[in-house]
Ligand binder design. Structure first.
Ligand SMILES: [Zn+2]
Length: 218
């Protein structure tokens, strides 16, 4: 009986040794990057399937939209993501805000935060930090405030997209959007900007004493 008890305790201890550390140090699954599509989208190989991944919380100028001309800085944004991810492996973290839609957008792209496997570089944040895209406030995500801070910093230091060039001297006086009957102004990407919203220049909005939206913080 005594030996049986000792044996039982030993089994419990061993089980604890093998299960508990595994739970707390579990490694995230790592996936190959197949190719970069544009500044905020890439393809990863997940269980031998090519899955299109849309990075949460960031929006970069369009480069591959079939009906639009290539927007200012789109090629640079795309090249930047290639530099970060080509030939690399990544792991993903999801945002609880997207759990109801199964972490998929309406184009069936997987919505995720991506981290580069070899150094845990937070790819979504890096794009905004380096000025290759802005914080995307159209859909809620938990790290919005943090991303807006990165964007303000990139703008302040005139990084990437926010640099003034001869062709684009007026980015600092960008367009803002407002809705009839409201004195709040928004970014084009804000969830409150719709097809009915009207635009004016930022300097005009400020001159008219309009107030910046607290969500998109234009
Ligand atoms: Zn807004």
């Amino acid at each position: 009986m005594k030996y049986a008890l000792i044996a039982l305790l030993l089994v419990i201890t061993l089980l604890g040794l093998f299960t508990c550390p595994a739970k707390s140090t579990i490694a995230a699954d790592v996936y190959d990057v197949v190719r970069v599509v544009d500044g905020d989208t890439f393809i990863a190989s997940i269980d031998a399937r090519n899955v299109r991944v849309r990075l949460i919380g960031v929006d970069t100028p369009e480069s591959v939209h079939p009906n639009k001309a290539v927007e200012h800085f789109a090629l640079e944004a795309s090249a930047f993501l290639k530099k970060l991810l080509e030939g690399e492996q990544v792991y993903f973290i999801y945002d609880q805000n997207n759990s109801a839609i199964n972490h998929k957008d309406r184009y069936d792209r997987m919505l995720a935060y991506a981290y580069r496997a070899r150094d845990s570089l937070f790819v979504n944040a890096e794009i905004v930090r380096q000025g290759y895209g802005h914080a995307y406030s159209k859909y809620p995500f938990t790290r919005l405030e943090e991303f807006l801070k990165y964007e303000r910093n990139a703008r302040h230091h005139k990084l990437g997209l926010w640099a003034e060039t001869d062709d684009y001297p007026a980015l600092s006086d960008s367009l803002v959007w407002f809705n009839a009957g409201s004195n709040k102004y928004h970014r084009e990407s804000c969830r409150y900007t719709t097809a009915k919203s009207l635009s004016m220049s930022l300097s005009e909005a400020i001159a008219k004493n309009y107030q910046p939206c607290k969500i998109c913080q234009p």
